[in-house]
Write a protein that binds this ligand. Structure first.
Ligand SMILES: Cc1cc2nc3c(=O)[nH]c(=O)nc-3n(C[C@H](O)[C@H](O)[C@H](O)COP(=O)(O)OP(=O)(O)OC[C@H]3O[C@@H](n4cnc5c(N)ncnc54)[C@H](O)[C@@H]3O)c2cc1C
Length: 311
C-alpha cells in the first residue's frame, strides 16, 4: 500500500532537516528519506555556523534529527531512486528497497559529491590535512606550510585566497602548464609571496598519519603539512532530471533553475542546499531549507483554501 505524506524531503543533511523542521512545526505530515552520506562527513569539525562553530558534523545532524522527531516528522534511512509526477501534479516516490510513497510536494536536498583529484593519498587524507575550503578549516591550519594542487588555471584563485591564512604557500602546477597562467595571475602570486612549482604531483608523503609533503613525478619532494585541492563538484540532480526540471549549466555543474524560495520550474518540486547550488555552506543550506519549508506550507494552505472556496 502506498504511504501518503504532504511533503517528502529527499536528503536529511542540513538543508533537508531544516525544511523538515519548519514543516513539522507547521503540522505538515512530513517524511525525510536520507541515505546518510552528508558531504562534510570526512571532516571532524564544522566551522562558520554561528553558535555551533567547531561541532562535529555528525553531532550537528544528530541534534537536527532529534529536533524534527519532536514535531512528528518521520525519518527513514534509505535512498530515493525514482519519482514521477501523477495526473494531479503530485509525486509518486520509489525507494531503493522498493517501497512506494506519495507526496503532494517534494523537496530535493540531495547535496553534491566532491570528485577528488586522483593523486595517491588525496582521498585518504581529505578532510584532515587535504582540504578544499579555507573558510571551513583555514583558521585551524593557519601559518602552516600550505601546498595548493592545481587542477585548472582557476587554482590560482585558491592559492591567492589561502595566502590569507598562511604566508608559506606553494602552488603545484601539476596538470596545468606554466604558460596557461595569465600575466595578472603571475603578478598577484608574486605579490602574495606564493611560490610556483611546475611538474606533476605523483603522490603525497605521509608520516605517522600526518601529511609531511608532496612528491613530484621527477622524484623531488617538497615539505608541506597541508594541501588544498579543488574537487570537481558533482551535484546530485538525478531527480530533477527525471521530473523534467529546467537546469542551469555552470562552471561548477548543472543545478536546477529555482526562484528565491527554491521552487523549481516543475510545480511542487523544490530544491534546497547543495542540490540547488554549489556555494551553499552549512548555514546557507539551513537557510535554504527553512525558506523552502515555509514557502511550501504557505502554498499548500492557499491551495487547500482555494479548493474549499471553489466548492
Ligand atoms: C570535507 C568538507 C568539510 C566541510 N566543512 C564545512 C564547514 O566547516 N562549514 C561549512 O559551512 N561547510 C562545510 N562543508 C560544506 C558542507 O558539507 C555543505 O555546505 C553541506 O553539507 C550542505 O548541506 P546539504 O544538506 O545541502 O547536503 P548534504 O549535507 O550533503 O546532505 C545531503 C544528504 O542527502 C542524502 N541523499 C543524497 N541522495 C539521496 C537520495 N537519492 N535519497 C535519499 N537521500 C539522499 C545524502 O546521503 C546526504 O545525507 C564542508 C564540505 C566538505 C566536503
Amino acid at each position: 500500500m502506498t504511504e501518503k505524506y504532504e511533503v517528502i524531503v529527499v536528503g536529511g543533511g542540513t538543508a533537508g532537516l531544516s525544511a523538515a523542521l519548519v514543516l513539522g512545526r507547521a503540522r505538515r505530515r512530513t517524511l525525510v528519506v536520507d541515505a546518510c552520506e552528508p558531504r562534510n562527513a570526512p571532516a571532524a569539525h564544522m566551522h562558520g555556523y554561528l553558535s555551533r562553530d567547531g561541532m562535529p558534523p555528525a553531532e550537528f545532524l544528530a541534534v537536527g534529527r532529534e529536533e524534527i522527531a519532536r514535531y512528528g516528522v518521520e525519518l527513514r534511512r534509505g535512498r530515493v531512486v525514482d519519482a514521477v509526477r501523477d495526473a494531479h501534479g503530485e509525486f509518486e516516490v520509489t525507494l531503493a528497497e522498493g517501497a512506494a510513497l506519495h507526496a503532494r510536494r517534494l523537496v530535493v536536498a540531495t547535496g553534491l559529491k566532491d570528485e577528488l583529484p586522483t593523486v595517491p593519498g588525496v582521498a585518504e587524507r581529505f578532510g584532515h590535512d587535504v582540504l578544499h575550503c579555507p573558510y571551513c578549516h583555514g583558521w585551524e591550519v593557519r601559518d602552516r606550510a600550505f601546498g595548493v594542487l592545481a587542477s585548472t588555471p582557476m587554482s590560482v584563485h585558491q592559492a591567492l585566497m589561502v595566502s590569507q591564512w598562511s604566508k608559506d604557500v606553494t602552488l603545484f602546477l601539476h596538470t596545468v602548464a606554466e604558460d596557461e597562467l595569465a600575466t595578472e595571475d603571475l603578478r598577484r602570486l608574486a605579490a602574495a609571496g606564493v611560490a610556483v612549482v611546475p611538474g606533476e604531483v605523483a603522490e603525497l608523503v605521509v608520516d605517522d598519519d600526518r601529511l609531511t609533503g608532496v612528491r613530484l613525478a621527477d622524484g623531488t619532494a617538497h615539505d608541506r603539512s597541508v594541501l588544498f585541492v579543488a574537487p570537481r563538484p558533482v551535484p546530485q540532480i538525478g531527480l530533477f532530471e527525471r521530473l523534467g526540471a529546467e537546469l542551469n549549466e555552470t562552471p561548477f555543474g548543472s543545478y536546477p533553475v529555482v526562484d528565491e524560495r527554491g521552487q523549481t520550474t516543475v510545480p511542487g518540486l523544490w530544491a534546497a542546499g547543495n542540490a540547488g547550488g554549489f556555494a551553499e555552506q552549512v548555514v546557507n543550506a539551513a537557510s535554504r531549507g527553512y525558506r523552502a519549508g515555509a514557502a511550501i506550507n504557505g502554498e499548500l494552505l492557499m491551495t487547500d483554501l482555494d479548493a474549499i472556496a471553489r466548492v
